[in-house]
Design a protein around this ligand. Structure first.
Ligand SMILES: [Cu+2]
Length: 216
C-alpha cells in the first residue's frame, strides 16, 4: 500500500465519520423539532376574567349544587341565587338558570370554570375545536392549548361541555378554567350537556343540561 492510498483511506475515514456525525446530529435536531412541534404549548398565565359581554358566555360547574347531590352548570350570576329548577319541558328550553343566549354569526367565547375536583373518566379522541385548559396549580395558572383535530392524551375529566348536534365536545378537567371560541351559524336552541357519568345531575335539564339559544 503506497502513501497515496493510505492518505485516501484516511480521508475517506474522516469524511465518513464526519458524515455520520452530521447525520446523527441532524436526526437529533429533527427529533427535537418534532417533539416541540407536537407538544402542547405551556405557558403560565391567568385565565380570562369573567365578562358580561354578549359574545362571552361564562358558565361554572358546581359540584353538589346547593347540597342537591346534583352537579350543575350554572351562570355565575346564579351562583348565589336559587337552585336551578329541574326541567319540566323535555323538548325545548325549560325554566332553568343555565340557558344562555348568543347571536348567530358572531364568534362566541366560552369561559367555563370547573369548580369540581372530581375525576370521572378519561377523555380521549380528537379535539373538536381549539380549546385552552387553564390548570390552577400551586405556582399559578398553567395554560395548555389544544388545536382542532389534535389527538388528545387521556385527559382525566370531571365533566364535558358537549353540544351533540354540532359535534362539539370540550373536556373539563377538575379545578380548571377552559376556554374556546365558537361561531354559531344557524339560529336555534342547541342543547348542551355533560357526557361524563358524573352522577344524578347528568342529563337533567337545569343541572348538567341546558340550552344555547342562538338568535338571528
Ligand atoms: Cu358532568
Amino acid at each position: 500500500m503506497n502513501d497515496r492510498i493510505i492518505v485516501a483511506l484516511v480521508l475517506m475515514l474522516v469524511v465518513g465519520l464526519a458524515a455520520g456525525y452530521g447525520a446523527s446530529t441532524m436526526s437529533s435536531e429533527t427529533h427535537v423539532m418534532t417533539e416541540s412541534m407536537t407538544a402542547t404549548e405551556t405557558t403560565t398565565m391567568a385565565p380570562p376574567a369573567a365578562s358580561a359581554s354578549a359574545t362571552v358566555v361564562n358558565l361554572d360547574v358546581i359540584p353538589d349544587w346547593g347540597g342537591s347531590t346534583y352537579d350543575a352548570f350554572v351562570t355565575p350570576s346564579s351562583v348565589n341565587g336559587a337552585l336551578p329548577k329541574p326541567g319540566t319541558n323535555s323538548t325545548l328550553p325549560g325554566p332553568n338558570d343555565n340557558n344562555v343566549t348568543v347571536p348567530a354569526g358572531v364568534a362566541v367565547r366560552f369561559v367555563i370554570t370547573n369548580l369540581d375536583t372530581a375525576v370521572n373518566m378519561n377523555f380521549t379522541g380528537t379535539a373538536s375545536t381549539d380549546f385552552t385548559v387553564y390548570n390552577d396549580t400551586a405556582s399559578g395558572y398553567v395554560a395548555l392549548h389544544y388545536s382542532e383535530g389534535q389527538t388528545l392524551p387521556k385527559l382525566p375529566v370531571g365533566h364535558t361541555f358537549t353540544i351533540p348536534n354540532l359535534n362539539v365536545s370540550i373536556p373539563l378537567p377538575p379545578d380548571t378554567v377552559v376556554t374556546f371560541t365558537y361561531t354559531f351559524t344557524t339560529p336555534a336552541a342547541y342543547e348542551y350537556m355533560c357526557m361524563t357519568p358524573c352522577g344524578l345531575g347528568m342529563g337533567v335539564t337545569g343541572y348538567m343540561d341546558g340550552y344555547v339559544i342562538v338568535t338571528s
